[in-house]
Design a protein around this ligand. Structure first.
Ligand code: KIV
Ligand code: ZN
Length: 391
């Protein structure tokens, strides 16, 4: 694997599926897993096999289906969870067990009523046990974002000794600031013996809207795997959005890192997940939102019509959106009206445009958006005939 390659670990089917009311059946999970494989993700976290018979079965079926990606199953740090995950992953071409335990003071004190030493030992034993079943074992230090760095480093050294291949550093509560999270990764790179043998993974939650920024800070400081979900769905405010990190790396080649994602499938994949999960993508969502490539103010429309790059930093085709849209509203100028009219077959002269524009504005003031049918009607009212059959 090239040093410049960031692995994309998709957890739409595990952390993403923890969204209240978004339960998927096995057939839906299979359809999404197949699409994720086609999209080019490196790892698919297929579920938490011990959590229910349905989840176990989904991990079994996804393991049989997936051709390219590693298939991963989540466990807690105990033998039963690990045995069940290993069983569910048996038919995967490249299986991974993702095991771990909370390492922050609050997890150790309140969740486990335990001590730092005992937790470190449990972490070691869980990884060593998972290694009996699969070669590829990822360890998560839950709430690593709020875990003391020095203690975290000692836990990680221990799990590397047990054979962990990937170290997941979750900001489980979405609390970290980007520089803080980046510093944490840097600290671990510099202070954990054996870290050069493993991949560091970022798993960031979006409670403060920083999940994407934190994941990027992580990879800028040496992490080489990002855990993310389609549309950023996930527990509470969600996870890092896959489409965002992938496009940030594409649009900023100076970062010097890239993924294997086929970006042209991003929009369709987003819509597929939206449909299956019944969870609407907000219109202003970066990359895949309804308005991500829509221009409605006259000033912006004029700029985009003259040169797309004036107001668009991404070619919509690169993410599978067929065209940027000029949305006609009362805020639109003459240029946008002429542009849209031409698209549907009317090449307007300057005089015609000057005549029609005030009528268009009256129309637009009455409704939120002026559609192609409305323009056809305006043209008919003004006895303007089509000059082409465009669109
Ligand atoms: O957010 C988190 O800490 C997790 C772990 C279980 C990996 O989802
Ligand atoms: Zn999580």
């Amino acid at each position: 694997m090239s040093k410049n390659r960031v692995q994309i670990f998709d957890t739409t089917l595990r952390d993403g599926e923890q969204v209240p009311g978004c339960k998927l059946n096995t057939a839906q999970k299979l359809a999404i897993a197949e699409r994720l494989d086609l999209l080019g993700v490196d790892v698919i976290e297929a579920g938490f096999p011990i959590s229910s018979p349905g989840d176990f079965n989904s991990v079994v079926e996804i393991s049989k289906l997936v051709k390219n990606a590693t298939v991963c199953g989540l466990t807690r740090a105990n033998q039963k969870d690990i045995e069940v995950a290993a069983q569910a992953l048996k038919l995967a071409k490249t299986p991974r067990i993702h095991t771990g335990i909370g390492t922050s003071e609050s997890h150790i004190t309140y969740k486990f009523r335990s001590t730092q030493d005992a937790i470190k030992q449990r972490a070691y034993e869980a990884v060593a046990y998972a290694k009996k079943f699969v070669e590829d074992v990822e360890f998560y230090a839950e709430d690593a974002g709020r875990t003391d760095n020095e203690y975290l480093a000692r836990v990680l050294e221990k799990v590397i000794k047990a054979g962990a291949t990937v170290l997941n550093i979750p900001d489980t509560t979405g609390y970290c600031l980007p520089d803080e999270y980046g510093e944490k990764i840097k600290y671990l790179k510099e202070n954990v013996t054996g870290i050069e043998k493993v991949t560091i993974s970022c798993h960031c939650h979006n409670d403060l809207g920083l999940a994407t920024a934190n994941a990027i800070a992580g990879i800028q400081n040496g992490a080489r795997q990002i855990e993310c979900t389609i549309n950023g769905i996930g527990e509470r405010a969600g996870n890092t959005a896959l489409e965002e990190v992938v496009m940030i790396l594409k649009q900023h080649p100076t970062i010097g890192l890239d993924t294997a994602i086929n970006t042209e499938l991003l929009f369709d994949t987003s819509r597929m997940v939206q449909e299956h999960m019944g969870m609407l993508v907000q219109a202003n969502k970066a990359i895949v939102g309804e308005n991500a490539f829509a221009h409605s103010s006259g000033i912006h429309q004029d700029g985009v019509i003259k040169n797309r790059g004036t107001y668009e930093i991404i070619d919509p085709a690169k993410v599978g959106v067929t065209a940027s849209s000029i949305v006609l509203t009362a805020r639109s100028g003459r240029a946008a009206l002429a542009y849209r009219a031409k698209k549907i077959g009317y090449e307007l002269t300057k005089i015609e445009l000057d005549d029609i524009y005030p009528q268009f504005l009256k129309f637009a003031d009455r409704q939120k958006e002026v559609m192609d049918d409305d323009i056809h009607r305006l043209m008919t009212l003004n006895h303007i005939k089509k000059t082409s059959t465009a669109d």
